[in-house]
Unconditional design. Structure first.
Length: 277
């Protein structure tokens, strides 16, 4: 893969654009067609911002990635650290400027700016600050749904997805920190502070809160839509719980993958219910 593309983690960029479209539909329903230009701009800019954030993360993790992820572009020598840094800043800056000047509604820009400030705080200290870093990543991941809701001028219906994404992402990030424990010797991550078993307990707690929250969202829907949501969200929750099972078996990569899959299924459940409402 081209190193510039690999730096951005294109699968995350595509998932972000899908999340923007999904969040917009959850918020606006059939009226989404009235916001085609705004949604298109937000999709492109969200991909640029996520890509830039991923590139910045690779730049800041270039030393630990020599052990944890030697295949990444910087430790593998495919691209220099300085070039990666410039590339990250160009993507982040361009994404923000397009949002600022291309949209009449400035709230997507405000949310994106807050996201970049959180990213900066994360990369400059919170990453190594245990659960605070995990929560910060969760907030950044969930913010895409508020961002999408703002694109269609109605963030309210996306608040449920925001909460679920935050909690599930925190769970996944804790599992990722457990996986990277050996290479993170100089960081005060949660597993380094309280151990693997206690960290797993914290991860499970966050996921159980997410599962409980997911069922309270049923009150938004009626009849067929409610049943569709119930079936979809139950499948999503089961998938994420299977991720916890895999992580407990020390298949940390598989556990993270299952939680991501569960988050995707949950998003589809919201889309189906919104379409049937």
């Amino acid at each position: 893969m081209n190193p510039y593309l690999a730096l951005t983690r294109p699968e995350n960029m595509i998932l972000t654009a899908i999340a923007v479209i999904a969040g917009s539909f959850i918020a606006a329903g059939p009226e989404i067609m009235d916001f085609q230009i705004e949604i298109a701009i937000c999709c492109v800019c969200s991909m640029m911002l996520v890509g830039g954030g991923n590139a910045l993360n690779d730049y800041n993790d270039r030393e630990t990635d020599k052990e944890n992820h030697p295949e990444r572009p910087i430790p593998s020598g495919s691209i220099s650290a300085d070039t990666a840094s410039i590339y990250a800043q160009a993507l982040l800056g361009s994404g923000l400027l397009i949002l600022l000047f291309a949209l009449e509604n400035k709230m997507p820009f405000v949310i994106a700016l807050i996201g970049i400030l959180l990213l900066t705080a994360y990369e400059n200290g919170l990453k190594a600050a245990g659960i605070s870093g995990n929560i910060t990543v969760g907030l950044m991941s969930g913010a895409v749904f508020l961002f999408a809701g703002m694109a269609v001028n109605d963030p309210g219906p996306t608040l449920w997805m925001f909460g679920l994404a935050v909690l599930a992402t925190i769970t996944r990030e804790i599992i990722k920190d457990i996986q990277d424990l050996e290479g993170d010797r100089d960081r005060r991550t949660l597993p380094a502070s309280i151990g693997i078993e206690n960290s797993m307990r914290v991860a499970i707690l966050f996921l159980l809160i997410a599962i409980g929250l997911s069922y309270t969202a049923m009150d938004q829907f009626e009849d067929v839509a409610s049943n569709a949501y119930l079936g979809g969200i139950t499948l999503a929750n089961g998938t994420m719980l299977f991720g916890i099972y895999n992580a407990k078996q020390e298949d940390y990569f598989g556990g993270q993958k299952n939680i991501k899959q569960g988050m995707g299924i949950a998003m589809l459940a919201f889309i189906a219910a919104a379409g049937l409402s």
